[in-house]
Design a protein. Structure first.
Length: 610
């Protein structure tokens, strides 16, 4: 090789790597800025909730004080002043909360609003105290004369206006922070895409340069050293990748002894890498059944025994080193050498505490029915923010993971073993399933939150026909027969009952037996309302699971039958929204009959007198 050519090649390689490093640093900087803007947006949303809660509490306390005052003015009995005494003790702390919130950085205007509110509150309290003193000293006429001046009402109106101004300013600032966070996220995405393309070009250029130099090398020792260097880089890259992904990762050797815990795995298990290295996996990854507490077979042992990819059953918890019980799901895959021999196992798992908390929160969703109008408005605003985040901010990282997984497969074709490819496929499948879960969760949430569509007369016969059109694919595929009696017209929202009918009919087709599926829909009058039944000849459901299947993410057949485990929960939420009940009557291998009631909702066409 010409020495000059060698120096040019090395200079080109170094320049390419330096430029790639600059691009990586730029991507990291903008990602940090985007993440910081998002945290500020979340903190402002929390601050807004605190402002609204505090202003509501302040107004409520002032109303209680007025109530106690009026009772005393009318009766002269001291016991009526108890609400007044409690309120005047509560009001100063609430004002201090508003003052603390206004004292935050960049909140000078909010502090000034709180400062303007404070003398108004004092004036109101002085007016209340004055009338009480007049009632005691001069009688009811003197006290009521002060009340009739409407001075107290005017001050109270000013206080309400001041509280409304504080809330509006807080909402406006929160919206401003959200817009800023969104702009940062879009800029980061642009930089990431452009930077990735630039890195790809630079790496391609560096690869061409290296290949050109390699072809010119004449000595075998130089070629062997280059190959060893490539292997080391690939191993380091794989280790770095496993340490950087969002899920917890543990790798073992062929005898099940731990070789690596990434940062997430160390956090979940409570073990440090240096303490866990070389230990049998069972010592670090201790798992048991969530309900019974009985031990569960370690998936790595099963992989080493059977030589295939395995996963955990539902309701599995990991017992951390410090005693914490963390609900998880996972997948374990063998690591094979070029000869096909299993050299180790890679275990990927995740903490699903948040998902389980979401399930429990969804089951408590019926409590929207009891909140005040103001709280419902806040819930709708939160839902809108959640819908935006779920459809954009949450799904975008999932798409990015899938894209990079595909780039890994293309860029390292022939260098990665089949097991690594399977792990990448597992990552891709996991992101796809997460997108499905997000979409179904949005549908589940909208059932209780959306009020734009008016209540109207809904002909369930038309809903049934629309459902058949929507389910035409699976009906034709299975050769199913779906029939219906004459159905009633009810007062409802059509979109809700389209969801309900589609989920119940799809459920019957999905859990079909070896017989050709048959589904029949019927209706009966019941206690001034209507009871509707969906009966099928599918595989049926064991009685002990009749209540469980209506929970969010509650599935009885794992991955053998596709689905997210939210369909029946959506059905239950729709029925509960209209004051009805839903249940199933079924036995294994004897089909299933799903019933739901809509009390007092019948109008127009008459249900079948069954």
């Amino acid at each position: 090789m010409n020495p000059t050519q060698g120096r040019i090649s090395q200079t080109t390689e170094r320049l390419s790597l330096a430029l790639a490093g600059v691009v990586v640093i730029a991507i990291g900087f903008f990602a940090y800025a985007s993440n910081r803007a998002f945290r500020v947006s979340v903190e402002q949303a929390d601050s807004t909730h605190q402002v609204v809660d505090t202003t509501n509490a302040l107004l409520s306390a002032l109303k209680d004080a007025e109530t106690g005052q009026r009772g005393f003015l009318l009766t002269g009995e001291d016991r009526y002043l108890e609400p007044y005494r409690q309120a005047i003790a509560q009001i100063p702390p609430e004002l201090e909360k508003l003052t603390d919130i206004g004292a935050q950085p960049n909140r000078l205007e909010q502090k000034q609003r709180v400062d303007r509110l404070r003398p108004l509150v004092k004036s109101k309290l002085d007016e209340l105290s004055e009338t009480i003193d007049l009632r005691r000293s001069q009688g009811p006429d003197a006290a009521l004369a002060v009340v009739r001046t409407d001075r107290g009402k005017a001050v109270m109106d000013q206080i309400r206006d001041g509280c409304a101004e504080i809330e509006a300013a807080s909402y406006a600032f929160a919206e401003q922070q959200t817009v800023s966070a969104r702009a940062n996220a879009e800029r980061t995405a642009f930089i990431a895409v452009g930077g990735s393309a630039g890195i790809f070009v630079l790496l391609a250029l560096a690869t061409l340069t290296i290949e050109k130099g390699t072809r010119r090398r004449q000595e075998l020792i130089a070629a062997l050293e280059d190959r060893e260097s490539r292997l080391r880089n690939s191993s380091d890259w794989l280790r770095t990748t496993l340490s950087s992904i969002g899920d917890a990762v543990i790798t073992t050797d062929g005898e099940g002894r731990i070789t690596l815990l990434n940062d997430v795995a160390q956090s979940v298990t409570g073990w440090r890498q240096e303490d866990a290295a070389g230990k049998p996996l069972e010592k670090v990854f201790v798992i048991c059944n969530e309900d019974t507490g009985e031990g569960v077979e370690n998936p790595v042992s099963k992989v080493l025994r059977e030589g295939r990819v395995v996963g955990l059953a539902n309701h599995t918890v990991l017992v951390a080193k410090d005693g914490r019980r963390v609900p998880i799901d996972d997948c374990a895959a063998p690591i094979r050498a070029g000869s096909g021999k299993i050299d180790g196992v890679v275990l990927v798992f995740r903490d699903i505490t948040g998902r389980k908390e979401s399930e429990e929160a969804a089951l408590r969703g019926i409590a929207e029915l009891r909140i005040s109008n103001a709280a419902l408005m806040r819930a709708n605003e939160d839902l809108n923010r959640f819908t935006f985040a779920a459809s954009h901010d949450l799904q975008e990282p999932l798409r990015m993971i899938t894209s990079y997984s595909q780039l890994l497969v293309k860029g390292y074709r022939g260098e990665l073993g089949g097991e690594a490819g399977k792990c990448i496929e597992f990552i891709t499948e996991g992101t796809r399933r997460m997108r499905e879960l997000l979409a179904d969760l949005l549908d589940y949430t909208r059932v209780a939150a959306e009020d734009e569509q008016p209540i109207e007369a809904v002909d369930l016969n038309r809903v049934f026909k629309k459902t058949l059109d929507a389910c035409k694919g699976p009906i034709d595929e299975t050769g199913a027969t779906v029939t219906s009696d004459r159905l009633p017209t009810i007062q409802a929202r059509e979109s809700h009952f389209l969801q309900l009918f589609q989920n119940l009919i799809s459920n019957s087709l999905k859990y079909r037996s070896e017989r050709t599926p048959h589904v029949h829909v019927s209706a009966e009058k019941e206690n001034g309302g209507v009871r509707i039944a969906f009966k099928d000849n599918g595989i049926g459901i064991a009685p002990e699971y009749h209540d469980q299947i209506f929970g969010v993410f509650k599935r009885l057949h794992g991955k053998t039958i596709p689905g997210t485990g939210i369909g029946l929960a959506i059905c239950q939420r729709v029925v509960h929204r209209y004051g009805g009940e839903i249940w199933v009557e079924s036995k294994v291998n004897e089909g299933a009959a799903f019933y739901f009631t809509i009390p007092g909702a019948q109008k127009g066409a008459t249900a079948h007198e069954g």
